[in-house]
Design a protein around this ligand. Sequence first.
Ligand code: CA
Ligand code: CA
Length: 201
Amino acid sequence: MDPDTDGDLIGDACDPQMGPIDHLALFNGFYYPVTINGWTATSGTWTLYSNALHQDAPAPGDRMFAPPTLYNRIAVATSFVVGASGPNRAIGFCSGFVTGAQQYCCTVQDKSGGGQEVVSTSVYPTYANQTKVAWTGTFNVGDRIALVQNPANGNKCEATQGVVDVVATDSIGPSTAGKLEFFTSSTTAAYDYVHIVELAN
Ligand SMILES: [Ca+2]
Ligand SMILES: [Ca+2]
């Protein structure tokens, strides 16, 4: 059994805070179609097949997809396989999403002329900022990238690909309540799983 030092039933490897008693809110491995009933798409073509959540619209534009639950303050872990190639594309997710007012995003992007970056985006009513750190991994079709967002340490966005580990950190506003939304821009993507932990404080 994996070690669980603080005894909150979340193993050390997945525990966003060592000490506080956190709560596993959702794990979805995208194995069965029924598991995304009630999830809603703002745009894009989101379906389950081959044991992954796929967004299959490659044309330019932002695609969002969200489970129905509202969360207070969550640490999110996911991984995805990169789809369509080309510049000006991004894959990741946003949490704490409140329409027009607030979101905390964690993405990897490949911007034309700007290189590849891991991006931590914080938007709340009186604040909007993006911290970008050069992505030294690869962002090609078929590559798998893991992303972890942890609001216990600013809006920490950590991207991992094998031994490549890049972190971008931004700030967190007074409220982090809102939705989780999967996010792609100008690319297809296939998400392997999502793991959501509600933080104790
Ligand atoms: Ca634990
Ligand atoms: Ca904990």
